[in-house]
Design a protein around this ligand. Structure first.
Ligand code: ADP
Length: 501
């Protein structure tokens, strides 16, 4: 994988953010921990020396005797605690007078530092607070020394106590070693933790993204010829399963559209082939067998009839395709649905009489105002009525009923004709679908199978619905519901006219 692609990849980005976050967290926690630990150790050293100093003041006294000033440790050698404290204090200590003259010194103090310089002693004696300093002994190890002064006891009526320099110390070698270890540990753990964080991030991101890659690979294999393929759901009920399910639903929809398209192409070729074959046959027969002008004329007339049927199919198909792809814009205008229904029904009165079918209309006396495309509404009703007439034998009845429901207009076209078998009902709105049952074949003229497709589109385009109920041998009922909108009120209607105009 090229570097650029790698760095743009989701896995890389997830790893980078995860690793970066982990590193920052480690740095913050590590540095805080180290500083806290070192601070605590330093505090312990200072506090220890402070206590030692207090103990010196308690147990150590300088008195003036006849031989001059002498120092004494006052404690009970029998008392284990006091003994231990004084022994520790006396491990590393130095006492001098104000001129730097050594009065007491422990062997270790002498070994490690010799005696303190006079200038330093004077500086300490002037300082109101004891001075704490770190020094390196001759053994190369670090020590912490606390230097200050004590006053001589005022015995025998003395009025001016004298200052004496006292230094006590402790080895801080172990504490410094501990601090060093903590520092090394911190600086060692952070890079190791960072590397581990990045590796873990890379592994986790890879694990999380593997199913996505699988989905992508499966999706790549899906093409127009194997749309029945589905990506298996993992059963984890997570976001990815949801994505897969959505993807599968999309493929299912695509599959259904593809199947419809294929079926449609087959149907169209079939529909067009039949009249073309007939025309060809008629013309060939005429060419080879016709002798008189009359025979030629007959052949041309019947060919023209078939050509008319062909162009009818093409026109209807074109219109339906345009309608379904949204290229036909409804010319909506306020109209009186009752008047339109009355008009169209009247046009069918003469054919009904001829076919000996009783045609009746109800509910169209009161105006029913709504906003709709007049041409399309007329087409819808004509298609329903011509079907009803076509499939109703002589002596039967066709009823048109208009009613007003809440916010909707309902138009019912029912007949007492041949009916539609239940298994065909779900398909009758499909293009070119015709029922091929013996009862239906009783119909006198062969339709295009496009009429109900138009009905369905027109109802839908107006925001309405179409329903059908049918019982073979008894009849069929089509129910159209159209929303009336606000144009029911004549006042509003004028407003709409104004807006439209
Ligand atoms: P056609 O041009 O064949 O009428 P349609 O799309 O209008 O095409 O109708 C599709 C099929 O539905 C018809 O071929 C017919 O079999 C059936 N059909 C439609 N209306 C009726 C009806 N009123 N009674 C019985 N069958 C009907």
């Amino acid at each position: 994988m090229p570097v650029r692609r790698l760095t743009r990849g989701l896995r890389f980005q997830l790893t980078a953010s995860y690793g970066l976050f982990f590193t920052l967290l480690l740095l913050a926690v590590g540095i805080t921990f180290r500083n806290q630990a070192i601070g605590i150790i330093n505090d312990q050293i200072t506090e220890g020396l402070k206590q030692d100093w207090a103990a010196v003041k308690g147990y150590f006294k300088i008195e003036k005797t006849d031989e001059g000033y002498t120092s004494h440790w006052y404690y009970d050698p029998e008392d284990i605690d006091e003994n231990a404290i004084v022994s520790r204090l006396r491990t590393l200590y130095l006492v001098t007078d104000e001129n730097g003259k050594q009065m007491e010194i422990s062997p270790s103090y002498e070994d490690q530092f010799g005696t303190d310089s006079l200038s330093y002693i004077r500086q300490v004696l002037k300082s109101p607070e004891p001075i704490l300093r770190q020094v390196t002994g001759k053994d190369g190890r670090p020590y912490m020394i606390r230097s200050g002064y004590v006053y001589s006891e005022m015995l025998h009526g003395e009025t001016h106590p004298r200052k004496f320099y006292v230094a006590i110390g402790r080895s801080i070698f172990n504490s410094r070693k501990l601090q060093q270890r903590i520092t090394w540990l911190t600086w060692g753990v952070i890079p190791l933790g960072t590397i581990a964080g990045f590796l873990l991030g890379w592994y986790n991101a890879g694990r999380a993204l593997t199913p996505v890659l699988e989905v992508a690979r499966t999706a790549q294999r899906i093409s127009g010829s194997n749309l029945s393929m589905r990506i298996p759901v993992r059963g984890a009920h997570d976001e990815l399963d949801y994505l897969i399910a959505t993807f599968n639903q999309m493929i299912a929809r695509l599959e259904s559209s593809f199947t419809q398209m294929r079926q449609f192409s087959i149907d169209v070729s079939h529909e067009l082939r039949t009249p073309i074959t007939i025309i060809r046959g008629q013309l060939e027969v005429a060419l080879f067998t016709a002798q008189t002008t009359e025979q030629y004329r007959d052949a041309i007339v019947s060919s023209l009839q078939d050509i008319e049927r062909l162009s009818q199919i093409v026109r209807a198909l074109l219109l339906l395709s345009q309608a379904e792809t949204g290229q036909v814009v409804l010319q909506k205008a306020p109209l009186d649905l009752a008047a339109v229904v009355k008009d169209i029904t009247e046009q069918f009165e003469i054919p009904a009489e001829g076919a000996e079918v009783k045609l009746s209309l109800s509910g169209a006396d009161e105006p029913l105002l709504m906003e709709a495309d007049r041409v399309q509404i007329e087409r819808m009703l004509s298609n329903l009525l011509s079907n009803a007439m076509k499939f109703t034998p002589a002596g039967g009845e066709v009823r048109v009923r208009l009613s007003r429901l809440e916010g909707e207009a309902e138009l019912v076209v029912e007949d007492t004709g041949v009916g539609i078998p239940a298994d065909h009902l779900p398909h009758i709105f499909d293009r070119f679908y015709r029922v091929s049952s013996p009862s239906a074949s009783a119909s006198p003229e062969k339709g295009l199978g496009l009429g109900l497709s138009f009905v369905a589109w027109i109802a839908k385009a107006h925001g309405g619905t179409v329903d059908v109920q049918s019982e073979p041998g008894k009849g069929t009922r089509f129910m159209i519901r159209l929303p009336m909108g606000t144009t029911d009120d004549p006042g509003t209607q004028r407003n709409v006219v104004a807006t439209v105009g």
